[in-house]
Design a protein around this ligand. Structure first.
Ligand code: NDP
Ligand code: 8X3
Length: 249
C-alpha cells in the first residue's frame, strides 16, 4: 500500500485530499494542529490506515520530531502534499501587521521547506517520490492588499520549480497545484474569525469546492511513473483572474 503524507488535513483542501487519496488506495499520514479534527477524519476514513501527526509546520524541530516519530509502516512516504498554510489579513502594505507577515511566510514558505526537508532524505534514498505543492493563483497574480500572501505563493511557485530541478536526478516528481477561489476556512482565517466577511468572498458565483481540488490531486498522483503533471491552474468557471469573478447577485 502506498503512503501519502498530507499537511493541513484538518480542514478544506487537505481534508478533501485525504478522503480522495484514501479512495485511491493510499494509506495516510495526516497532519495539522487540531487533534479533534484529525481524529474525526481518521474515523471517517476507516478502514484505511491513518496515522496522525500534530505539529506546527513553522516549528522546524517539532516537524523533524514528528516525522522521526513515524512508525516503520508509515515511514516510506510515496506522496507528499504540502498544503498547510493560508492567508492572514488583507491590508495595504503600509498598514500590514508584521505578525501576519510572519505567519504567512513562516507557514506557507518555510513550513513547506521544513516538511520537505524532513521527508526528502527517505525519498532520495529510495529514488522515488511525488511532491505536490499547493500554490495559488495568487502566486502568479498579485492583487491589491494581497501583498505578502501573494509573495508567499510566488515563493511556492519558485520553490516548486527549484525542487523539480534539484530532485530530477533523484527520480522525485515535483508538481504545483494553483487553485483560484475555493470555499474553505481560508477566508475565515484571513479575516480572523469574521464569518460574514469570509462568506461574502464566495457570494454571487459558484466557487470551487475542496473536493474539486482533491480530484485533480488524486488524478495527478495516480499517473504512471513517467508522467508528471507539473503545474495546474484550477479555477471556478466563474473566475477569470485573481479578483475577476462573473457574479450574479
Ligand atoms: P483551510 O483554512 O480550510 O485549511 C488550512 C489547513 O492548513 C488546516 O488544516 C490547518 O490546520 C493547516 N495549517 C495552517 N497553518 C498551519 C501551521 N502553521 N501548521 C500546521 N498546519 C497549518 O484553508 P484551505 O484548505 O483553503 O488552504 C489549504 C491551502 O490551499 C493553503 O496553502 C492555501 O493558501 C491554499 N489555497 C487556498 C485557496 C482558497 O481559495 N481556499 C486558493 C489557493 C490556494 P490546523 O489549523 O489544524 O493546524
Ligand atoms: C487563495 C486564493 O485569490 O484569495 O490563494 O488569493 S486568493
Amino acid at each position: 500500500m502506498k503512503t501519502a503524507f498530507i499537511t493541513g488535513a484538518s480542514s478544506g483542501i487537505g481534508r478533501a485530499t485525504a478522503v480522495a487519496l484514501a479512495q485511491a488506495g493510499f494509506q495516510l499520514v495526516v497532519t495539522g494542529r487540531r487533534r479533534e479534527r484529525l481524529e474525526e477524519l481518521a474515523q471517517q476514513l476507516a478502514p484505511t490506515p491513518v496515522h496522525l501527526l500534530l505539529f506546527d509546520v513553522r516549528d522546524r524541530a517539532a516537524t523533524d520530531a514528528a516525522v522521526s516519530s513515524l512508525p516503520s509502516d508509515f515511514r516510506q512516504i510515496d506522496v507528499l502534499v504540502n498544503n498547510a498554510g493560508g492567508a492572514h489579513g488583507l491590508a495595504p502594505i503600509q498598514d500590514g501587521d508584521p505578525d501576519d507577515w510572519d505567519q504567512m511566510l513562516d507557514s506557507n514558505v518555510k513550513g513547506l521547506l521544513n516538511v520537505s526537508q524532513a521527508i526528502l532524505p527517505s525519498m532520495v534514498q529510495r529514488k522515488q517520490g511525488h511532491i505536490i505543492n499547493i500554490g495559488s493563483i495568487a502566486g502568479s497574480e498579485t492583487y491589491a492588499n494581497g501583498n505578502v500572501y501573494c509573495a508567499s505563493k510566488a515563493a511556492v511557485a519558485a520553490l516548486s520549480k527549484g525542487m523539480r530541478l534539484d530532485l530530477l536526478p533523484h527520480h522525485i516528481r515535483v508538481a504545483e497545484v494553483n487553485p483560484g477561489a475555493v470555499e474553505t476556512e481560508f477566508s475565515t482565517v484571513r479575516f480572523k474569525g469574521d464569518t460574514d466577511r469570509a462568506s461574502s468572498v464566495y457570494k454571487g458565483y459558484e466557487p470551487l469546492r475542496p473536493e474539486d481540488v482533491a480530484d485533480v490531486i488524486q488524478f495527478m498522483v495516480t499517473r504512471p511513473p513517467h508522467v508528471n503533471i507539473a503545474e495546474v491552474l484550477l479555477l471556478p468557471a466563474a473566475q477569470a483572474a485573481a479578483t475577476t469573478m462573473r457574479k450574479e447577485l
